[in-house]
Design a protein around this ligand. Structure first.
Ligand SMILES: [Zn+2]
Length: 136
């Protein structure tokens, strides 16, 4: 038996009505999405909050990904290796670090003069600040 929760709902273009919780939500840094289990379409559910350098505060300005999709240890290890490989190959997309994140996990590898600092975060809080948006 299952207690019916009062979860938000959204209708997909394929006709399915989806009920979603925080563990179903993912983001690309700009928008929050859910993925339809019937047709695999990504549906934008909301724009990310307008957090600024001046109004940011923890935890209010952050999205809590503790209930995000659980990323396996195997997948996490692959991400660590991918980040290391990019830095070893001189890829500096983000400067002298690489990161990957999804669901409840993030990996960040910082390149220092004689070592790599590798941090894995599980159940993290993340937020984004638009660097080019005018202060309201
Ligand atoms: Zn659908």
């Amino acid at each position: 038996m299952r207690i019916l929760e009062d979860l938000p709902q959204i209708k997909c273009d394929c006709g399915a009505t989806l009920e979603y919780g925080s563990s179903d939500i993912w983001n690309d840094g700009m928008m929050l999405y859910v993925t339809c289990p019937r047709c695999n379409r990504n549906i934008a559910i909301e724009e990310m909050d307008s957090v600024t350098i001046n109004n940011i505060s923890f935890p209010e300005s952050f999205h809590d990904f503790s209930q995000g999709k659980k990323i396996s240890d195997e997948r996490t290890t692959i991400w660590v290796k991918e980040c290391l490989k990019k830095l070893e190959n001189g890829c500096e997309d983000f400067g002298t670090y690489q990161f990957m994140s999804s669901g409840d996990t993030f990996v960040i590898v910082c390149k220092f003069e004689d070592e790599y600092e590798i941090t894995v975060g599980k159940k993290n809080y993340t937020t984004y600040i638009d660097r080019y948006k005018e202060e309201q």
